[in-house]
Structure formats: C-alpha cells, structure tokens
Design a protein around this ligand. Sequence first.
Ligand code: ISL
Ligand code: CA
Length: 535
Amino acid sequence: MTKWWQEAIVYQIYPKSFQDSNGDGIGDLKGIISRLDALADLGINAIWLSPIYESPNVDNGYDISDYRAIHPDYGTMEDMHQLIELAGEKGIKIIMDLVINHTSDQHEWFIKSKEPDSEYRDYYYWKKGIEGKKPNNWTSFFGEDCWAYDVQTDAYYLHLFAKEQPDLNYHNPRVLEEIKQIMKFWLDKGIAGFRCDVINIIYKNALDNGRKRLILTGREHYLSTEGMHTILKMLKNEILTEYDAFTVGETVFVTPQMGKALCDESRGELDTIFYFEHMETDRWFVKWFKRKFSPKRLFKVLTNWQQALEWNAIYLENHDQPRSVNRFGDTEAYWEASSKLLATLLLTLKGTPFIYQGQEIGMTNFDFVDMNELRDVESFNIDSLGKKLHIPKSYRWYMMKHCSRDNARTPMQWSREKNAGFTDGTPWINLNKNHIKINYHEQMHSPHSILSYYRRLILLRKAHKALIYGDFELVNQQTNVYIYRRRHEEETLTVLLNFSNKSQTLSTLGPILLSNYDREYFDGLMLPYEAIILK
Ligand code: ISL
Ligand code: CA
C-alpha cells in the first residue's frame, strides 16, 4: 500500500532565517505565511519546521523550555494555527521538530529537578561524582564533556549536547507519558508528523564508562538500544498511527542494518530516517576535518542505502550541514550546472526528498571574515576546544569556513535588495553578500534558473511514477559518473550524472526527458556537471 508521504516533497524551513515580518531581524511565522505562495509554486507538499517552541535559544530552539508554547520571536499560537490552516489550503502539510532527547535547562521540569526530593528529579540523569570526579568518561556531541556540576546539590547532570541541554531519563516512564501528551497536543492541531531529533540516542542502557574513542566516548551505551526501539514502537502504536502521522528520525552513526531495524514497516517504529554516511564522504573521521570530495565514495554510500531500504528520506542539506554545492559541486564556473545536477540526484533517488531552504536557488556557504560573525554554539565550543588542543588559528578558521553549521543558517536570499528582502531591520546573522547574484526573485523570472529547474523536476516526478515508486537499479558508479535506472510497470527511466568539470564519453544514447543543459537528444558525450534523465 502506498503512503501519502511517498509522493510528498518536503521543504525544510529554518524559521530564524527564512522571512522576517516585523523588522526585528528574526524570521517568524507571519513571514513564513507570507511566502506560502512561493512554496506552493515550487510544488512542495510539506514543510518541516525546525523548532519554533519557547526556548532560551542556546542552540536555536533545539533547547526547548516549553513544548506547548511558541517563542515570541516567532509569533503566537494564533499565528501557528493560521500557518497550519493556510498551508493546508494550499495542500501543504506541516511537520514539527520533536526534540525529546533533552530539554532546555530552563524547562520547568529541569528547574524543579534541581531539588533532590522533587518528583522531577528522575526526569533527568542526576548523579553524584565519584571521588570528586565526573560520573563517567563520556564526551558530548559539541566537543565539551557531558557532565555539568550543580553546586547546590553537589551533583552532576548528563548532557550529550550543550550544558544547557540536559538529557531526559527514559528509564522513568513518566517522561514518556509527558512526551506522548505533547505529541497529541500538536497532532490535534492538525500537524502531519514529526522529525525526531537524534532519536536513536534517547535510551541510555547504563551510565558505565565507555571505551575511549576519538569522538563520543560512551556511545556504545546509548546508540540504537533495545530500549529505544521499544519506545518507538509505543509511540507509533499508541499515538502516531491514529493520526496517520509521518515520522523521519534523525539518527546518528547508523548503518543500513540499523536503518532497516528502524524503518521496516513490519516493525512499526519510524517511517524514514536521516542517515549521515553520505555527509561523511568529504570528511576525515569527524565533520570538522575536511578532505577532498570523492564522487565515487558518495555514489557507493547512496547505492548501498538505496538497496538496503524499501523507502527512506533523501537529503543533501539541512541546518547542520554546509551547502551542498560547495561540497559536491562547483561554486564558480559550474555553479548553475552543478546545483542542478545535485537537484537531479535529490529528486530521482528512491525515497522522500527533503529540500533545505535556499537549496532551490543554489545558495552557497557563508562569506564571513571573522569568528565574531558566527552565532552557532557548536562552532564556539569547537573553536575553544581547538584552541586548547593548540590547533593554529588559521586552521581553526579553515574548519569553520568549511564545516560550521552557520554556513546553512544565513538568511534566505529573496532578492538583490538590502538584506535580500529577508528583513527591514538588522538580521540576527549576516547575509551572504552574493545575494546580489543568487536570489529567489531573479530566478523566479528566468526559465533557465536553478529554481525553475527544481520546479520542472518536481513536476516531472509527479508525472512519472517511475521516479517515485520505481525500483532503484544501479547501472554504473565510475569515478565521476553515476548511472541508475528507475523502473516501474511499463516505464524505465535512466538517470546519468556527471560529477566532474570534464566531459565524459559514454556508450549510451537516446532521447532525453530532462537535462540541465536543456538538450533533447543524448549523443553519448556528457558535458561538465551534466545531469540527464533518459526516456
Ligand atoms: O551537526 C552535528 C555536528 O556538527 C551533528 O552531530 C548534530 O549535532 C546531530 O546531528 C544532532 O543534530 C540535532 O540535534 C542537535 C541540534 O543542535 C541540531 O541542530 C539538530 O539537528 C541537538 O538538539
Ligand atoms: Ca521577526
């Protein structure tokens, strides 16, 4: 049986940087509402909203202090109802971000839990140190260690992310009960599902010391545990199914094997996941060490996942990743062609595609010149860790340039005007100066723009079921050329992608359905960064 979300194309909005409506320099819900026509015109069917809940914004909303309230920066609950309704009228569903591994340290549960006798104490992991030392040797995702000390009660609490993000304790059944009620609260408002933040680490088996590792010491105690699988089954059974809600789990360090265990329909856990293996194909060990991108590595990872899972989420960008054209394309001579090439990949693989705001116009990494232009807590933590490790300043800056999450968080470039039409005020983070050249307005009017190409691809996907339901069949993954077929009933389409700035000669020929060079017949010679769909 097919599902609504298999035919859907999802667009991720990072609200803080999408559209400001009141001149305070921060994007907001009214701003999103004012751009719904643009989104409908692109042809998307759902929006994944990064967090808009009440939050001190240490990690831009991924530190929630009230799951049932809208942050005043973003507007009111009334605005949210309007967004759900008006988007719905245009056939666009809303998917919310569900951040339940941790809360903010300003959440009332956490504040109350600081009292040792409080009924909230066990909502979190509060532990006494061992002989003046931290409870164990685990390290956090953001580079610091992951136990914070509280003087008042002479105890530590666990935080796998920033210290303002204490981890919830799912050994306490009351925590899951709270989460279920929160999910119902939003589903009853008419949202269509959840993107579940770092969902495969929520259940910690034990707080024992971990094997020493380069990153994330301790992870064998909480990655993809049985307890986590049990929780997912309960959420699906007791809450999600009744609403026909869609889930995409953000899952770290997952293999295709683990992915299957999370997404196989028969197991009743998640619908899809975001894996990270393809995001590591231009990195050494951790995301902070860039290496030369090898297209072949990318093809191999993608093929592997395409073959392992019946269905999954497909993405090349999000708010945590540098822009894809910088990583896998060419921002100079072939900026347009390579952005379109990546669009073709995204929209012709098997799965539900996620477009990240700005990707549809080929937005690029930031052009900041100084550390004080950055805003991300992770970047600052990593920079100070780098300092401690005596990594030279120039290399630390190189790391930021290529790897900081702020690369994807500069404001959406709507026009060539002041502040790119994002705000009338002072933006919370600087805009990329290239908005003079790269902007929505310009591309909207050009039939050959990246934006128009996205539109065409989306229409094509809707017209050719093979692009949605077709099997994935690998034809070739040479050094720079990726070729695969999508076959469904009577129709077979072949996708050819040239990930290099050199032409390539192939033995295939034939009439073209779509090419990023607007050709109609393929003569066997692939141009630089050419993408072709053959009939
Ligand atoms: O971006 C990363 C490291 O640079 C990832 O390890 C990231 O931290 C991980 O994918 C989890 O991300 C999610 O949870 C974080 C939040 O900061 C991210 O924005 C969110 O996508 C904590 O809630
Ligand atoms: Ca605003």
